[in-house]
Design a protein around this ligand. Sequence first.
Ligand SMILES: Nc1ncnc2c1ncn2[C@@H]1O[C@H](COP(=O)(O)OP(=O)(O)O)[C@@H](O)[C@H]1O
Ligand SMILES: [Mg+2]
Length: 291
Amino acid sequence: MKRVFQKLHAVFLNGYDAQLGEKRSSRMGEKDGFPVSDKEESIGQNRIKIDLLIHDLKVPLAVIEAGITSLLNRQEKYGPLTEKQTKVLQRALRNTKVTQNLVADALELGRSRKGIMNLSDVRLSSCLGEALIELFDLNNSTLSEQIKACRSLDRLKETLRTEGLILEIDDRLWSAQLPLDEGKIKQIVRNLLSNALKYRKREVSLRAYKDQGNLFVCIKDDGEGIPAKYHKKIFDCYFQMDPSETCPVRGHGLGLAGVMVLLEDMGGKMTLSSDEGQGAEFIVKIPLLRV
Ligand SMILES: Nc1ncnc2c1ncn2[C@@H]1O[C@H](COP(=O)(O)OP(=O)(O)O)[C@@H](O)[C@H]1O
Ligand SMILES: [Mg+2]
């Protein structure tokens, strides 16, 4: 486990290393019985600085949130709003909350590298439902509101289907309570779904099922797919396939590497099944551990 962790640590930190332009060093020390180079140590310190920067975003975001909330809810004090102004402020507030969630996610990733798990009995309906709401709130707030308003699984499936997203999960599993790390699951699903939606031609499917000891979540799209030569590389930090080989959408190449770190923490696995021109399917296996 430690060894896996060290490897992942390296994957993650190398990314930051590349960005921060750390100088290389061959001097080795020792930590927990494993050799640690000067380079790793200074990268670790940079990592803490980055986490602190992310952490410090919380305060200005909270001030922005409080300000917008006051304008919306205390019109007797701050003056009346027109309908259009209210809509603009509601959107600003929603996206402030999305940014707050992203900051929380970024910090969660940092904690995750230290192997921290937050297991609890989680209802899949709330975990997957919230992941969908958060994902669409970013660029399709109407759909996000519609998802929020769905009172049954069938209604939700219908709503998603009109947007080309096919949800395949049975009622029993949807309302089951499973021992999971909800934050991590939401982050994984959001990342894989946002990729699938970005690269699809028409349709994406989100399928969930379980066996005795594991939950499986499969996310499949009908896009250009991923050539076999990239099947390992796409999990590296900052790696992106040549945009000319897929669609010309730029990201950061961090999502899949992050998903891998979260999964390794949970003792989970991810496999990719894809051929060029045939779409891609990411299959996530999450062990159901005791709370
Ligand atoms: N569903 C997919 N279909 C095709 N290519 C994909 C898919 N998911 C990921 N990729 C490729 O893997 C790369 C890395 O993905 P990711 O780590 O999520 O980073 P980002 O989304 O920021 O580009 C993407 O740039 C893309 O080239
Ligand atoms: Mg991505």
